[in-house]
Design a binder for this molecule. Structure first.
Ligand code: NAD
Length: 496
């Protein structure tokens, strides 16, 4: 990322980053900037261009021009460039991780460093499989040759959120360009800095215009990208609400769209799973150390009535041991919520839970008003027990460290409640009874079910949601083939 230094109103030197368009580092057409804040102390740490329709147009045209050359580069050669990007990124792991921690509030040890490592892995994975863009031949007899080609689609418009900016940005970049497309990637306004740095690393190896990284607000910069007539494929990760707008824009021009959207994922715990390992897995699945700001957070905990109290007692003991604070401190387990808006939203859900007479607050609650944690957007891990599945806190995606625990007695009830959601992204099932585990996994309406673990996505998995959690699959070779290439059939009469 190229930068210039400007004076902020606080008379502090603030880095001004620039955007990557056609291999150049540029300001927005109207010269406006937007501020990026460190959510752990609410200080402005940088400014980035506040891109608009004119900037989108410039970037899309650059990507469109670059497509003609890039699509002819042999897939394995494209893959080799991705492997070089991975190597260069690896050399900068620590600097990138610290930048992600500073702009997102995610703790360096538990989140930001692993995130950067996973982004490097993304480039390695897609770099290695780029040569697998194979088509098929169709056996129409000796007199006919009929085959399919996997061709790139053209300019991809990618839009990402702030919660794992580098990991999600790496996916959009790697899948798009390994398949032979070019890309205009819009970073999230709250976390654009490490994505711009990743763009800089990519630019060292790629022809100008193949990857463009632009910054700006959703309506001003994201919407014109979704609507641009030269964009031939849209890939969006973010909220279901905005996903619908992106899908509408795609419908206008009949362009394919992949949507990775929100979730309200269930974790079902059977009576035989009342132990510490399961408690650790439920806490990990809820992504408490990411402040719950994960689309796959297992935020609805369905506990069998017979273990309800004993399981939750273990959960609260472990949550109390989590260290919340400075994301850059190696001892910190859990950092800050991304911004004021999200912080207020999370607090409003906690207030909602507190106002429910039947619910019990077991840990956390409204954030401290004084002391060191009041300097940033910190919210303690919060658990409400005796929640009903139809309450707002059990239905809407909070995207914060708030988990609700709901008791059940019949397996069929647990499954019915788990499926009673307009989301269908992830799910977690905990039991030692394999038959029961798999029956439940098959009955759950989610794109991804983990049995007896609460881990993050892995490469090679075709990841994506059911229902309003999205369409299309990413993270895998098959996902790239389905979502980032188009098939063409060529049929030749050999007797002509
Ligand atoms: P968001 O939808 O508000 O924003 C996501 C991106 O869309 C940002 O870059 C934003 O600037 C842009 N945007 C906003 N309005 C737009 C518009 N009108 N047109 C085009 N672009 C627009 O989401 P967020 O708050 O940044 O992220 C949180 C959401 O993302 C949660 O719902 C979470 O579940 C979801 N998410 C899903 C996945 C997944 O893999 N399914 C992964 C991470 C996050």
């Amino acid at each position: 990322m190229s930068t210039v230094t400007a004076e902020s109103s606080a008379r502090q030197a603030v880095q001004r980053a620039l955007m990557l368009v056609n291999g150049q580092w540029v300001q927005s057409a109207d010269g406006r900037f937007l501020s990026v804040e460190n959510p752990a102390n609410r200080r402005t740490i940088a400014e980035v261009p506040r891109g608009g329709a004119e900037d989108v147009d410039r970037a899309v045209r650059a990507a469109s021009d670059a497509f003609a050359g890039w699509k002819t580069v042999a897939p394995r050669e494209r893959g080799k460039l991705l492997l070089k990007i991975a190597g260069a990124m690896e050399a900068q792991t620590e600097a990138l991780a610290r930048l992600v921690a500073t702009e997102t509030g995610n703790a360096l040890r538990t989140q930001s460093r692993p995130e950067v490592r996973s982004a490097i892995d993304v480039f390695r994975y897609f770099g290695s499989v780029a040569g697998e863009l194979k088509g098929e031949t169709i056996p129409l007899g000796e007199a006919m040759l009929s085959y399919t080609r996997r061709e790139p689609i053209g300019v991809v418009g990618g839009i990402i959120p702030w919660n794992s900016p580098v990991a999600l940005g790496s996916l959009k970049i790697a899948m798009s360009i390994a398949a032979g497309n070019t890309l205009v990637l819009k970073a999230a306004e709250d976390a654009p800095l490490a994505v711009l740095e990743m763009g800089k690393i990519c630019q060292e190896f790629l022809p100008a215009g193949v990857v463009n990284v632009i910054t700006g607000y959703g309506e001003e910069c994201g919407a014109p990208l979704a609507q641009h007539p030269l964009v031939r494929k849209l890939t969006f990760t973010g909220s279901t609400e905005v996903g619908k707008l992106v899908m509408r824009a795609a419908a206008e021009r009949i362009v394919p769209v992949s949507l990775e959207l929100g979730g309200k994922s269930p974790a079902i715990v059977f009576p035989d799973a009342d132990d510490d390992r399961v408690v650790d897995g439920v806490i990990s699945g809820m992504r408490f150390t990411r402040q719950g700001q994960s689309c796959t957070a297992g935020s609805r905990l369905f506990l069998h009535q017979s273990i309800f109290d004993s399981f939750l007692e273990k959960v609260t003991v472990k949550l109390r041991a989590l260290k919340i604070g400075d994301p850059l401190d190696e001892a910190t387990d859990m950092g800050a919520i991304i911004n004021r808006k999200q912080f207020d939203r999370v607090c409003s859900f906690i207030e909602d839970g507190l106002s429910q007479k039947a619910a019990r607050l077991l840990s956390g609650g409204l954030p401290p008003r004084d002391g060191p944690l009041a300097a940033g957007y910190f919210v303690e891990p919060t658990v409400f027990a005796e929640v009903r599945n139809e309450w707002r806190i059990a239905r809407e995606e909070i995207f914060g460290p708030v988990m609700v625990a709901i008791p059940w007695t019949e397996e069929s009830d647990a499954i019915r409640m788990a499926n009673d959601s307009h989301y269908g992204l992830a799910a977690y099932v905990w039991t030692r009874d394999l038959g029961r585990a798999l029956r439940t996994a098959h009955a759950i309406e989610s794109g991804w079910v983990q049995v007896n673990q609460g881990l993050g996505q892995f490469l090679g998995q075709s990841y994506g949601g059911m229902k309003q959690s999205g369409i299309g699959r990413e993270y895998s070779l098959e996902g790239m083939l389905d979502s980032f290439t188009q098939r063409k059939n060529v049929t030749v009469n050999l007797q002509f």
